[in-house]
Design a protein around this ligand. Structure first.
Ligand code: TXA
Ligand code: MG
Length: 314
């Protein structure tokens, strides 16, 4: 199949430009679209056959469930059993935005989305293109990051094309993603909610709204099935370093290797550019990427989570 890439124009309305892509979704096809975090690979989340195509295109393990993306909070009640007080507070505070909530699902959610779990992950993105596409498709969009499984998530339409060319119907090019790292995922089915994946919305921000939450992101028993798989990996080996001395040491020990150093002015920049820099390093055939660590708090927690995974699976 030929993948159509469309750069959106500011001259014409989103309604007009996105209509054909909403139709592809309605017909059971796959459309990659921008969100504020990373590009998503969307399908009609209530159509099992369409959802199956996502796993095939990405080479995604069959037991790794998908997030359903909605454009209106009314859609949530059709998908999940109970929206309790804590959930409502989080929605009021952080939606639309980079927060994914896990709740007990209703039977309408296909097995193919939840992969055998009783729960489903739901998010309302803030990106206007994403919201309009969901609205026009008139269905929740099942959408993982639009990369080949195991690779860094895509933050531009070019990244999506380089992984999924000829495997999906269309890519909507909406420019660079603002956040650059995937959403914070929180499981609200437990007495004390658990952050399953750190992201832009931090533990402190969440606790200010609903009180104490736990973090299980580094435990041995993953609560998100996806946590046990290889993630975020460029072809080059990734190592986290602390100092200029370490950098010099690596260089002197590996004189033949082509080494890329990644160091950023601040965490917002780092989150935004990290995956793009991983991909750029691969395109330029670097053997080794040395990334300067950041403090594991706030957004730094999400960055270090991804870096540790990228460096542990090689
Ligand atoms: O920012 C994002 O979240 C992006 C954009 C496209 O929205 N999406 C994304 O999806 O990162 P994906 O599939 O790459 O990551 C979803 C994560 C996986 O780790 C998956 O295991 C977990 O959410 N997840 C999904 N449903 C779950 C559930 N019912 N219980 C526990 N974890 C779940
Ligand atoms: Mg992903």
């Amino acid at each position: 199949m030929k993948t159509k890439v469309t750069k959106l124009s500011e001259k014409s309305s989103l309604d007009v430009q996105l209509k054909e892509f909403a139709q592809i979704i309605k017909n059971g096809g796959l459309v990659a679209f921008p969100t504020e975090t990373v590009y998503g690979l969307g399908a009609d989340g209530l159509n099992p056959e369409a959802v199956k195509k996502i796993f095939k295109a990405k080479g995604r393990p069959q037991d790794n469930p998908l997030i359903l993306h909605i454009s209106d909070t009314n859609q949530l009640n059709k998908l999940v059993v109970l929206v309790n007080e804590k959930t409502q507070k989080l929605i009021d505070e952080f939606w639309p935005g980079p927060l994914t909530i896990i709740l007990n699902k209703k039977p309408i959610v296909p097995e193919q989305v939840s992969c055998g779990l009783d729960t489903v992950a739901v998010r309302m993105p803030s990106n206007k293109i994403a919201l309009k596409l969901i609205e026009l498709a008139d269905t929740p969009l099942a959408a993982p990051s639009a990369n080949t499984s195991g690779k860094p998530s895509p933050t531009t339409a070019e990244h999506v094309l380089s992984d999924l060319n000829n495997k999906i119907e269309a890519i909507i090019d909406g420019g660079d993603c603002q956040v650059g790292l995937e959403s914070t995922v929180i499981d609200l089915t437990k007495e004390t909610p658990i952050i399953a994946r750190p992201g832009k919305i931090t533990k402190t921000q969440i606790e200010e709204v609903i009180g104490k939450v736990e973090e299980k992101t580094n435990s041995n028993k993953p609560i998100s099935p996806g946590m046990k798989y290889k993630h975020y990996c460029p072809n080059a080996k990734v190592l986290i370093i602390k100092s200029k001395e370490q950098e010099k040491l690596f260089r002197s020990k590996n004189p033949k290797l082509k080494i890329k150093i990644l160091k950023y002015d601040n965490e917002i920049e780092m989150a935004k550019r990290l995956y793009a820099d991983f991909r750029k390093s691969d395109n330029l055939s670097f053997d080794l990427i040395l990334v300067y660590e950041v403090a594991e708090s706030g957004l730094g927690k999400a960055i270090m989570n991804r870096l540790k995974k990228a460096s542990s699976h090689q």
